[in-house]
Design a protein. Structure first.
Length: 643
């Protein structure tokens, strides 16, 4: 796991920017604290910050150059099947000087050019320069586990693992208002959009080809998760039993691949089904496998340590719990805010940051359970979609309760208030077309609310939609295009795999783990396992009584019974408590200060005043999430635009 950065100069001014490469690498030093270096050619400069995992010797440092000195590679990620690929390449006549997957990757490109990614099992973002053809190729992995951001202006083309590295080159930063409008709804900005207009993100399964003499950039799609209703298995007991066996085999192989490293590999163990399954399989293959979790004694409703301990005890796994108080959370709040180089409002980033911080003191690589919810239907919204499609008793109950619920308070920080909020949200969604419902349930506020928070001229002007609105519709259509009127839950899961997973969940894990120099590997997201998951019918994944059905029933005998009795829950950071106490003054006088908001000209001052009034009241409704999103944005804005 590493940080990569590169510059392709178009002009003399662009060439002068090469001198900023050391500063760019400094920005990536947490991603790669073990070694930093650059390699410069006529108008191309590559940089690399290394976190040594496989072949930790100096010979494997990057940028990595082949024996002919024609090809140069800067690579972030891991190639899990590199040993098998190395044997194949040796049979073709390639000679190796290291034991690294880096050298395997470079020789694989030399052998197959852009087709090399078809042979890879792993997660990655990498760039290769061919000094003969003067071409640069930049790839991102199939599922989007590793990030890749790029910037383009009249003088230079820059790519990097994080936007902060690109910022080191004194680039232009202008707010992309379509991205901001989307962020206020989703709490994150999905690729290819970025918060600044000249910045873009490579989407999963894409690569760029850049002809460096003409500076011609072309984008290509090399992978799409295969899915078609015609290839889904039939719902029979025989097929279901066979599918359970296949799932276990694929998961065992995936975990085995992700245990390959020249440093110690451990795992996160939250006590949920997903991380527990990964820990169980890892323990079978590595007797010394250790797991880590965080406990929240101040928030007993969200504390999951007893579930994690039950799994560890049942399988004799060495497990360590880091007890975290609300004060510990609060003390790390600004570390998280200041690390973000683009607005990212998922507040669960905070506990992930703290877990990574403590875990990284003991190991350099951790396995996680990410991806299972999106593939197998684990979220509340998936259960809601199932009920909406089947119009069961719960749907009728929500409809009947709706008039009463509207009169009652709502909120996320109280069990009953949160239930009321969910029922009202479900009732609203089940009346909508499926694509609109998907977007509503993926969002924390709707388009009308998001538009109200903005200076409205950015989206609507003289009763007409602006170009920003049309650009947003195009983005929204892209992520909902696979959801059909008569389709199944699988279509929603497929949409989540393209929107929520890479842009929220995986972004969160990558940022917070890399902020602590920790590599996180995700066995559920082996592309062979992902492809298998989308051959399974929805009935194998969810019904009226169980979510992630096939996963739970495959491992029922190996998981403690207590895990099956627990409700699905995520950890809620006590934001409301902080907003009304420790952070109130900073909200009022810094982030959302009235005169600053007015001068800024981005947000509607009246809407911001109403929001503050609501969040400081006894009935905050859903204002907490939006307030946090605005704090994150304003913190980023003051660091990156004002300063």
């Amino acid at each position: 796991m590493c940080g990569i950065v590169g510059v392709i100069a178009k002009t003399e001014k662009g060439l002068n920017s090469f001198s900023n490469m050391p500063q760019a690498l400094k920005m990536l030093s947490l991603r790669g604290p073990d070694f930093q270096a650059t390699k410069t050619f006529k108008n191309v400069c590559f940089g690399h910050a290394r976190l040594s995992i496989i072949d930790t010797s100096e010979q494997a440092n990057q940028p990595f150059i082949d024996v002919t000195e024609r090809y140069t590679l800067t690579f972030n990620g891991e190639i899990y099947n590199y040993k098998a690929l190395k044997i194949k390449l040796e049979q073709m006549g390639f000679i190796f000087k290291t034991q690294s997957d880096t050298e395997v990757l470079l020789n694989l490109f030399i052998a197959y050019r852009e087709k090399c990614v078809e042979f890879i099992n792993g997660f990655f973002a990498f760039a290769i320069f061919d000094n003969k053809t003067k071409e640069v190729y930049i790839f991102r992995d199939r599922i989007g586990i590793k990030p890749l951001v790029f910037y383009d202006d009249e003088d230079k083309f820059i790519f990097a693992s994080e936007t902060k590295a690109i910022s080191a080159f004194s680039v232009k930063k202008e707010i992309n208002h379509t991205a901001l409008f989307t962020y206020l709804q989703l709490q994150y900005i999905p690729a290819p959009k970025s918060i600044c207009s000249n910045f873009s993100k490579l989407t999963p399964g894409e690569y760029l080809k850049i002809e460096t003499e003409e500076i011609k950039v072309s984008k290509h799609k090399y992978y799409q998760i295969p899915y078609s209703p015609t290839t889904v298995k039939k719902v029979t007991p025989a097929n279901y039993n066979d599918a359970k066996k296949q799932l276990k085999t694929l998961l065992q192989k995936s975990v085995e691949r992700r245990l390959v490293a020249d440093v110690e590999v451990g795992g996160f163990l939250s006590g949920g089904i997903d991380s527990s399954v990964i820990a169980i399989e890892a323990k079978k293959q590595n007797a010394n496998f250790k797991t880590f979790s965080i406990g929240f004694p101040d928030e007993p409703f969200f504390d999951e340590t007893k579930f994690a301990k039950a799994v560890a005890q049942k399988h004799n796994i060495e497990h360590e719990v880091f007890e975290i108080s609300n004060q510990d959370l609060f003390e790390n709040l600004h570390n998280v805010l200041d690390y973000l180089d683009e607005p990212f409002g998922d507040s669960s980033a905070l506990p992930v940051y703290i877990l990574s911080k403590f875990t990284s003191k003991q190991i350099k690589v951790a396995l996680s359970g990410d991806g299972a919810d999106e593939m197998f239907g684990g979220y509340n919204k998936h259960y809601a979609e199932y009920n909406a499609l089947n119009r069961g008793f719960k749907g009728l109950l929500a409809k009947a309760f709706s008039p009463i619920g509207k009169l009652l308070p709502q909120g996320r920080n109280n069990k009953l208030l949160n239930l009321n909020r969910k029922l009202l949200r479900f009732n609203k969604g089940q009346k909508m077309p499926r694509k609109s419902r998907y977007w509503l349930w993926a969002s924390i506020c709707n388009e009308e609310e998001a538009n109200y928070y903005l200076n409205e001229r950015l989206i609507i002007k003289e009763q007409r939609l602006t170009d920003n609105a049309f650009e947003f519709k195009k983005l929204k259509d892209q992520f909902t295009k696979h959801i059909t009127k008569q389709g199944t839950l699988n279509e929603v899961l497929y949409a989540d795999m393209h929107m929520v997973l890479p842009n929220d969940m995986l972004t969160k894990v990558d940022l917070m783990s890399m902020a602590n120099s920790l590599e996180v590997r995700t066995p559920f997201l082996d592309h062979e396992l992902v492809e298998f998951a989308f051959t399974l019918p929805s009935a194998f994944k969810i019904n009226s009584t169980i979510r992630k059905k096939i996963l739970q029933e495959t491992y029922k005998e190996e998981l403690p019974e207590i895990l099956f009795k627990r409700p699905k829950q995520g950890f809620e950071v006590p934001l409301l408590k902080w907003f009304q106490t420790e952070l109130k003054s900073k909200i009022e006088n810094f982030w959302l200060e009235k005169s600053f908001v007015a001068e800024q000209g981005i947000f509607n001052p009246e809407a911001i005043s109403e929001l503050k009034k609501t969040v400081f009241s006894s009935n905050p409704k859903d204002s907490v999430a939006t307030t946090w999103d605005l704090i994150v944005f304003q913190n980023w804005y003051k660091k990156n635009i004002v300063s």
